[in-house]
Design a protein around this ligand. Sequence first.
Ligand code: ZN
Length: 207
Amino acid sequence: MTTIAKKQILSTLLMKVLINKIMDSTTSKCGLFLHPTQADFSIDDDNALFISQLQNIGLIAKQLTQEENTFYTGKRYLDFIAYMGCSPAIQFEASDSCEDFCHIKIHFYNTKQLIVSPVQSRAPHCPRCNKPVKNWLDNKAEATITCTLCNNSSDLGEFDWRKMAGYARVFIEITDIFPKEAIPQQILLDELNKACKTEWSYFYSCN
Ligand SMILES: [Zn+2]
């Protein structure tokens, strides 16, 4: 094959990758999720107390009228969540032209849930051998995964999900944030640790 033909194939491939990237960024919706690192931590059936704690620290404001456990961002939101790059135009309220705006949903579950980003997901790393377990879905039981690289079974919560999944009973979802576009600050994690007396972590999910 001539060099020119090779160059043409390469540039066609590159164009395809670029088009896919543009399609991804315009079609997928992403969010930032915060959750307790201890997977079985629960709010002890006092969801209202937890919500008022989040309102008191200024992460969330009043509830959106049409959706349960869904809130406007609070007055300290931008102290807690740092947006990368040049100051983005973040929309905090719905308008006639745009109903997608940054708001916060709290998810409470009776049992532990594994939330894995349907798009851009990454292979979880085994806690024993540290290697990515690419075939994890084929080797997943209800609460464990068997790593075929080292033959150990470990709890879902012990795997390193590379910030694209989380395992917990409580999640705080912040809508309209692409992976790494905004990062929760230590001050927020500290406030959550204090309110719940347990450590918190975060990940991104896109669909
Ligand atoms: Zn392993």
